[in-house]
Write a protein that binds this ligand. Sequence first.
Ligand code: NAD
Length: 512
Amino acid sequence: MATDTLISAPMLGSKTKTRVYKNFIDGEWVESSSGETFENRNPADTRDVVGIFQKSNAADVNAAVEAAKQAFKKWRLMPAPRRAELVFRAAEMLIERKEDYAREMTREMGKILKETRGDVQEAIDCAYYMAGEGRRLFGPTTPSELPNKFAMAVRQPIGVCGMIAPWNFPMAIPSWKLLPAIVCGNTCVIKPAQDTPLSTFNLVRTLADAGLPKGVINVVAGFGPDAGAPLVEHSDVSAISFTGSSAVGRNVGMTAAKSFKHCSLELGGKNPMIVLDDANLDLAVEGALWGGFGTTGQRCTATSRILVQKGVYSEFVESYVERAQSLMVGNGLDESTEMGPAINERQLTSDLNYVEIGRSEGAKIVCGGNRLDDGEYRHGYFMQPTVFTDVDPRMRIAQEEIFGPVVSIIPCENLENAIEIANGIEYGLSSSLYTKDVNKAFAAMRDLYAGITYINAPTIGAEVHLPFGGVKATGNGHREGGLGAIDFYTEWKAIYVDYSDRLQKAQIDRGE
Ligand code: NAD
């Protein structure tokens, strides 16, 4: 299938060809109606143009929604197990393409190869899981209160689903949205993040190669206000699934509410890890490093606050800082790199700004804090892994989502005090506790107010068959992954079949 064209473009100073990726609408690869495009550049080396994408607008979104609306007429009638077989085939194809897609993802997003392989794997896991759901989509049958009457509830697709994705999990998050939606019989229009559209195209191209009928999934690349907003406003879109910042999510939710769209919002986080005096300290340090600096701290579940009990505070800080300082920062395509760049200049500037905020608030900076811009680093958005200690829980660096490699260590007295600090923020996505005391573990599982709690593991590492999402400003009560996704992409219909051959009136005529 011709998905793209090659043009000459400067890359790394040579005359290497750069690909132009078109939108995917009604099974065709098409240019934006405006003819405008934008570049997708490698954040580790901005001389590297990963691809050129369509700068879509409302007219492109309208065409995509119309294609999805037409495709829905047939797709909803295809038996769910057949729809699921197609998703299963795509999973098998993704396995073959995993390495290529991971490398392309590292180029567009910056995170290290180990992690981008994990990102593609998550799409594969999601595809296998959702393929299985195609043979379930269970609904209850239940006794009727009247004789000779049959009662059941069935799941029905909603229609055209609009999806808006962030850049930090460029294939995993689109897969959490698209795969349950199509298995349930919906059709989709997705707008990937402007920094990482290629991985969504790779996922959708694979589904198309696996036999997806035209119009079932449509992709429009572009920016939020031009291409995201028209999707949320479109009267033929029945559901919106949005993952991104709480600020944008709030507006998306308010707009969707005006036309009574189903709306799932998965938003920011400021995730605490509690380390108690009795914890396995080496394990906790290892977990906090992975949780804090994995994906350059750019995970909604990043371990950005570490609450350490006073008895092990000094020992933990010493060991953690020593390890953070020695992390290899660089281009994620190099297998020895442990932490890649920030996604773009704006994010890097914001990270460095938070370093200044932390300093001015009186927190102690014990590691990092600076941009890396010499030698190999000079063409990318790199900074040092950064650690603040003696952080007061009320400081902005302890309250606001930074979304970069900046970790705050907060001393705490005991579990009760730690839980109070952990819960004392506007977000509630992930949380974690390191202890060997089973009683404390169960108390924390009950009392940490968050969508996810890990015991003896950092705040990251979700699995696709469990619910994913959070409380408070992290979302609006929906969950991705697991059966929560099936619930979001279906509507219940209650069905009654009266085979008594007479008029029976529920609640009035009790069959007596
Ligand atoms: P963002 O809110 O800036 O952008 C997210 C998406 O929304 C992008 O595709 C963007 O183009 C689009 N958008 C921007 N303005 C829009 C508008 N007016 N109308 C419609 N769409 C618009 O977020 P980001 O920087 O891409 O991602 C980082 C954020 O995402 C962080 O806050 C992070 O915590 C959050 N996140 C949450 C989860 C979760 O599941 N809870 C997962 C990953 C990321």
